[in-house]
Design a protein around this ligand. Structure first.
Ligand SMILES: O=C(O)CCC(=O)C(=O)O
Length: 280
């Protein structure tokens, strides 16, 4: 078994539920370092995008494509994540990184995310195989009901892709299908602690509510595809390159660069935004 491998039971659970929580995937020292850099590296703040939810509350994120030699590149490229992804994606091809985003849900003002499937967006990029797309959320602060943690509908990845349309500035799933799913499937609030990770299938229905608490909710979400999963309508290129995997100790022990050189997504009329589904 490779280092950091998932157990057969965890793989069965992911396939059944469409998500898997791994407690303490990152240590306190690693999270403290990542959170400090997230707040201090001014390229993250400079490249933050505001998305309005339906009530006009803003949710903030900074998104980049190529995982570099910065602290979040080391997280994204870490053996402990990539080995697990390899076990979960329905392909033996190398793993690539589509994009990562630093989610910054500020106290009182951080907005909601409408119900959606990530493949509801990525279908527009013409990725072929939803079973070869996965996201990994790592909590940098506690995430709970009070500060708008992620909610998932357990097992909803089995529905296949449902239609998506505009909901405020965001793209949301067909609410009739969401409500039908909620009649028979369990709604789960993913309450996690700093360093815990949530791995979730591209077709799982998920959302989050506004952060009405006085505590921030920050997390990093990295999205991966198998190299065999081609996207015929995507201009970024990281998703075509096998990840250059780094050892787990890179986060604490390796020199890390600033994210200044990262290929951030820009809001102003950037065609890439169209490709994320956030701009038509
Ligand atoms: O972090 C959140 O609150 C929601 C993020 C999300 O739904 C997504 O990135 O697809």
């Amino acid at each position: 078994m490779k280092t950091n491998a998932l157990t057969p039971e965890q793989i069965i659970q992911y396939n059944k539920d469409g998500y898997l929580i791994i407690k303490n995937l990152f240590s306190k020292a690693e999270v403290d370092k990542m959170y400090a850099i997230a707040m201090k590296d001014d390229s993250i703040a400079k490249n933050a995008l505001d998305l309005n939810d339906q009530t006009g509350k803003k949710t903030k994120l900074s998104l980049w494509f190529t995982p570099g030699n910065d602290i979040f590149g080391y997280l994204t490229r870490s053996e402990r994540i990539v080995n697990k992804i390899h076990q979960l994606l329905d392909s033996t091809a190398p793993i690539c990184h589509f994009h990562s985003k630093l989610m910054q849900k500020e106290p009182k003002v951080g907005g909601a995310w409408e119900w959606h499937q990530d493949y509801g967006y990525w279908y527009k990029n013409q990725f072929m195989f939803p079973d070869q797309l996965i996201s990994v959320m790592v909590a940098l602060t506690p995430a709970n009901k009070q500060n708008g943690c992620l909610q998932v509908i357990k097992g909803s990845h089995k529905l296949g892709r449902v239609n998506h349309g505009f909901a405020g500035e965001q793209v949301g799933a067909d609410i009739t299908m969401v409500n039908n799913a909620l009649k028979t499937m369990e709604l789960v609030y993913v309450e996690i602690e700093p360093g815990d990770a949530l791995l979730f299938h591209s077709n799982i229905l998920h959302r989050s509510e506004a952060n009405l608490s006085d505590k921030p909710r920050w997390s990093i979400i990295s999205c991966y595809n198998s190299q065999s999963n081609l996207a015929y309508n995507e201009t970024s290129t990281a998703w075509t390159q096998a990840i250059d995997v780094v050892p787990d100790e890179a986060i604490l022990e390796w020199e890390n660069e600033s994210l200044r050189a990262a290929d951030f997504l820009k809001k102003e009329h950037d065609p890439a935004l169209k490709e994320t589904g956030w701009e038509e």
